[in-house]
Design a protein around this ligand. Structure first.
Ligand SMILES: *[C@@H]1O[C@H](CO)[C@@H](O)[C@H](O)[C@H]1NC(C)=O
Ligand SMILES: *[C@@H]1O[C@H](CO)[C@@H](O)[C@H](O)[C@H]1NC(C)=O
Ligand SMILES: *[C@@H]1O[C@H](CO)[C@@H](O)[C@H](O)[C@H]1NC(C)=O
Ligand SMILES: *[C@@H]1O[C@H](CO)[C@@H](O)[C@H](O)[C@H]1NC(C)=O
Ligand SMILES: *[C@@H]1O[C@H](CO)[C@@H](O)[C@H](O)[C@H]1NC(C)=O
Length: 942
């Protein structure tokens, strides 16, 4: 690798020695400069030896510089005008004329290691004629399969083509992308010496092999990611070798930090596909809107396609300007010039006495047997006396005085193969020659055979080799590439063996596995985790009572004495849970080049544990303001942060509720006062709607608790214990209600006519009416008042929960997909006020309507509401029914007075419905009538 690092012009100590042995008229100076001195540098200034000497200026003319390497200014300063090259000319003897004085300046170049850059054809990149400023030299595609915390399998793929993708993320560290070497290597270097990050990174260095290797299918290229701790290397030779790549500014600092180097060698001109084994500990962080999620990468695939820079640009970011002249090609990596015949020097701007032979067609691979080929012989920068062309040193064609000869060889045959020599004799009698070896072996397109008389007829756009016939693209085989690779094989010539397991199919061209139900991973060898099953683990097991769930079809193997499909005889059989929507998460602002680097940093907590993010709070507030002005107003600055708890203090326990959008787990929260049982609610599907719901719920609960000044025990709104929003998985921590939800409780009773049952249950209704009173004060609408969203505490108090409208609850079939134009959400249609269904507007009065339905649920012991004898109603049918004044019927055994209260809640005109306070009064009366003998003890909560 020696000699590949472009020498840096660090300090310019020009050695100027004055030679006064010559006559008084001709002063002689000598200057020594490195060959990579920048254009525009002043390398010599004529010292004024005597006062007034400079008055004889100006210096206007200079000799000894035929190719314009230097300029001389009026005041006799020599400036570099064009790139120098020691290998072309290592010394210049310049004569400056000023007045009668001649000043001779000898400029000596010194050879600089790694200069000029080498044009390495192995990794020549194309020129992108349609490119724009800011396009990247490579088009990089990153795809990954990841498993989220809740067990979803998420695929993600992102294409990086423009440098603006890179600026989206401001790395916390210095970074640099180097391509300016000659060994086809791209190096991404990140440097971090910020004190906070030292510890976790060093921890990482100690505990994990800080290296990730990605191999390419072609086995030519590889990507290596290494982490170096400069501090522990200080003073060692290892540091010295690293200094070759790491910028001086990084390692020179006194506080040596950590260097992460992503090195990717790419000795190829075609697209390379890399496959990276992701160690289990690498955690990816994805961003959607302002939300960060985390997932563990199963595997990462990286496709790197060299697309090239726009004309005249080079470098990874295509932001450096090529210096190549005279039509020379500029290398995309390092800007090295590939000179056309007749030119030399770093910038191909120095004439070279030369003879060249070119052909038409110019690419030798396009020359095939029976084609007509034209040869061009040309002399460059030579005064030609005669020029001759010879084939196999025998037949000759001579011309006099011309500097160019063309000749055609028609119907090229193998016997025309051999050396063609062009020789030039100049006017001084010198000869120059060049030789071109013709080696035509190919047949014309689509033909083959010894005499090139057989037709190939290849399919799949395969190329045709004279001897081998069709050369099939990966995944195809057969004499004409007419058949796909046999089962279990893939790739070029079907030589690779598929590694797909568990019945997964294997893509014939690249061997990628398409997993069957219940499996994931690169080779589909991993069974679904976390109680998931089915295709991409998108379905949720419903097995109860310690039954094991099949990862393939979700069937349950029950533990005796349980039976039934879900091993749960108490529950009526449920519909198959709906499969989760497949989501393709964008990697957002992750930059491919720093993706894994960032991932490591995230893993170590560097990027994740930021200070409380007030920007995020503002964003959520403005979102809330759009939805509910009142809600946003009742929140004080810092509302989110004040409730923040640490994820490490939460010990999640068993699942107690699960819906399509989230789950609720029982958990233990460590607090200064000891362990506290909590219900930890998470959002599961990572979509915008569920995050909005999450924040709405958090905001309402915070607002409610803020109002009550932390005196939450007396509220009939579920108590907020805390929020966890800073970790990837976000939680709302609520008081744990051991008796579960009201709907489940109702359904466990046998008969509404049981003595005192209804009176007892109306106590819960009173509590919920009080909750509505609280919300009315705050002018917040709950939007989803229903028995399923009421929790019963250990003290038998009913509390209103589920403010997110997260439709997260245990009965997905109570929600109906709404087809209102522009709206696609699941709605609790049968609980909704007419105006909410029609206009999407929610008020405290529409909550009162829903409360009427909740009363109906109580009176029926948790029956599903049924309008007009129909269980399933569409959005339009529902509107029609309510418009015709049809309402839920009086449940059997329901007192007339109670039914009249329900009907009053279902009045068309919102303002005519009773207020929560009025409802509470009425309920207390009804309850007293039902329990005349009983001490009314339940409305202690006021
Ligand atoms: C000569 O002129 C150049 C600008 O053309 C200036 O930068 C330089 O300092 C001058 N040198 C002397 C010795 O006056
Ligand atoms: C050198 O002189 C030429 C012609 O006078 C001018 O175009 C060019 O910009 C000069 N180059 C430098 C580096 O001063
Ligand atoms: C060109 O790149 C290849 C692949 O990295 C390397 O092996 C070779 O030495 C390089 N050639 C030159 C002239 O640097
Ligand atoms: C071509 O030139 C080389 C020297 O440059 C000489 O040795 C060789 O004999 C020449 N070939 C012919 C065919 O003139
Ligand atoms: C011509 O090319 C073939 C491969 O295409 C090679 O095997 C052969 O050696 C070459 N012949 C000459 C004279 O270079």
């Amino acid at each position: 690798m020696a000699g590949n690092v472009q020498g840096l012009l660090v300090v310019c100590f020009w050695v100027v020695s004055v030679n006064l042995l010559s006559s008084a008229r001709a002063q002689e100076f000598s200057v020594s400069v490195p060959e990579n001195v920048a254009v525009g540098e002043k390398i010599f200034s004529l010292p004024g030896t005597r006062a007034g000497e400079k008055a004889e200026l100006p210096c206007a003319k200079m000799e000894g510089d035929p190719y314009g390497r230097f300029n001389v200014t009026m005041n006799c300063t020599i400036v570099v005008a064009n790139p120098l090259d020691w290998s072309v000319q290592s010394a210049y003897l310049l004569t400056i004329r000023s007045g009668v004085h001649n000043t001779r300046v000898k400029v000596e170049l010194s050879d600089v290691e790694g200069y000029p850059p080498v044009y390495n054809e192995t990794c020549e990149t194309p020129v992108n004629p349609n490119g724009w400023t800011g396009d990247l030299l490579f088009r990089v595609k990153l795809s990954a399969e990841m498993v989220t915390g809740s067990g979803d399998i998420v695929t993600s793929s992102e294409l990086y083509t423009h440098s603006s993708y890179l600026w989206k993320v401001r790395p916390p560290v210095d970074w640099q992308v180097q391509t300016d070497n000659s060994d086809c290597n791209v190096r991404v270097i990140l440097y971090d010496n910020s004190g906070d990050h030292q510890e976790p990174l060093q921890e990482l260095l100690r505990n994990h092999a800080p290296r990730l290797t990605c191999t390419s299918f072609s086995k030519l290229s590889r990507i290596v990611i290494d982490l170096y701790d400069l501090k522990s290397w200080a003073g060692t030779t290892a540091l010295d070798s690293l200094k070759m790549y790491v910028p001086e500014s990084f390692v020179k600092r006194s506080d040596l930090g950590i260097v992460l180097m992503w090195s990717w060698s790419s000795p190829t001109t075609i697209t390379e596909s890399f496959s990276c084994e992701a160690p289990a500990e690498i955690e990816f962080t994805m961003r959607m809107d302002s939300i960060t999620m985390s997932a563990y990468a199963e595997y990462i695939d990286i496709d790197i396609n060299p697309v090239g820079c726009p004309v005249g640009k080079y470098g990874f970011l295509c932001h450096k300007t090529c210096i190549c002249k005279n039509g020379a090609r500029c290398h995309g990596f390092n800007g090295a010039c590939k000179c056309p015949p007749g030119w030399k020097g770093v910038a191909c701007d120095i004439p070279k006495r030369d003879v060249s032979i070119t052909t038409t067609p110019s690419d030798p691979r396009d020359i095939y047997i029976s084609a007509n080929v034209m040869f061009h012989c040309k002399a460059h920068h030579v005064k030609v006396r005669s020029m001759s062309v010879a084939f196999l040193n025998k037949s000759k064609k001579v011309s006099l005085g011309e500097n160019e000869i063309d000749f055609v060889v028609p119907n090229i045959q193998p016997n025309n193969n051999g050396p063609y020599t062009c020789q030039v004799r100049d006017t001084r009698g010198n000869t120059l020659n060049t030789t071109f070896v013709l080696n035509v072996t190919n047949c014309a397109p689509d033909t083959k055979g010894a005499r090139c008389d057989e037709v190939c007829g290849c399919l799949q756009r395969a190329s045709c080799d004279r001897w081998a016939g069709c050369v099939c693209p990966p995944g195809w085989t057969g004499t004409r590439c007419q058949t796909k690779c046999p089962h279990g094989t893939y790739g070029q010539d079907c030589e690779m063996e598929c590694s797909c397991q568990n019945g997964a199919s294997c893509s014939p061209n690249d061997g990628k596995c398409d997993c069957t139900d219940g499996w994931y991973g690169k080779d589909c060898s991993k069974p679904c985790k976390n109680g998931r099953f089915g295709w991409r683990c998108q379905q949720i097991c419903t097995c109860k009572n310690n039954a094991t769930c099949s990862n393939v079809d979700g069937s349950c193997a029950c533990v005796t004495p349980w039976m039934g499909p879900d091993c749960d005889q108490w529950q009526t059989s449920r519909d198959e849970p709906l499969p989760l929507l497949e989501i393709l998460v964008s990697l957002g602002s992750l930059v491919v080049l720093v993706a894994i680097v960032m991932a490591i940093l995230y893993k170590t907590g560097i990027l994740a544990c930021s200070a409380p993010d007030t920007g995020e709070e503002d964003k959520i507030l403005s979102e809330l303001r759009r939805m509910e002005q009142d809600l946003a107003q009742s929140l004080q600055p810092g509302w989110l942060g004040r409730w923040e708890k640490k994820i490490k203090h939460l010990t999640p326990g068993p699942l107690i509720g699960e819906g399509m959008f989230g789950q609720v787990r029982k958990g233990q929260l460590r607090t200064p006062d000891g362990e506290l049982a909590v219900a930890a609610k998470t959002v599961r599907v990572e979509n915008l709607q569920s995050y909005r719901d999450f924040h709405r719920e958090a905001a309402i609960l915070v607002a409610v608790h803020q109002q009550r000044d932390g005196d939450c025990h007396e509220s009939n709104i579920v108590r907020l214990v805390g929020l966890i929003t800073k970790s990837a998985e976000k939680y709302i921590l609520l008081e744990y209600a051991p008796k579960g939800d009201l709907l489940g409780l109702l359904r466990r009773f046998g008969n509404i006519n049981e003595k005192d049952l209804l009176g007892h249950l109306l106590g819960y209704a009173v509590h919920i009416a009080q909750a509505l009173q609280e919300l009315e004060r705050l002018r917040i609408a709950h939007r989803d008042v229903a028995a399923r969203n009421v929790l019963i505490t250990a003290d038998d108090v009913a509390k209103l929960a589920d403010f997110g409208l997260a439709r997260d609850v245990y009965n997905a079939d109570q929600y109906i997909r709404c087809n209102r134009p522009g709206v696609d959400e699941l709605l609790p249609l049968k609980w909704m006020a007419l105006e909410s269904i029609e206009t999407g507007e929610y008020t405290c009065q529409s909550d009162v309507w829903s409360f009427g339905v909740l009363l109906w649920e109580i009176a029926t012991l948790g029956k599903d509401p049924c309008y007009d004898g129909r269980m399933q109603l569409s959005f339009l049918q529902m509107v029609g029914i309510l418009r015709q004044e049809i309402r839920l019927e009086r449940p059997p055994g329901c007192p007339e007075d109670l039914y009249r209260l329900m009907r009053s809640c279902w009045r068309d005109v919102p303002d005519t419905r009773p207020t929560p306070e009025g409802i509470k009064e009425r309920l207390l009366q009804l309850r007293r009538a039902l329990l005349p003998h009983d001490v009314i003890e339940m409305e202690t909560v006021v």
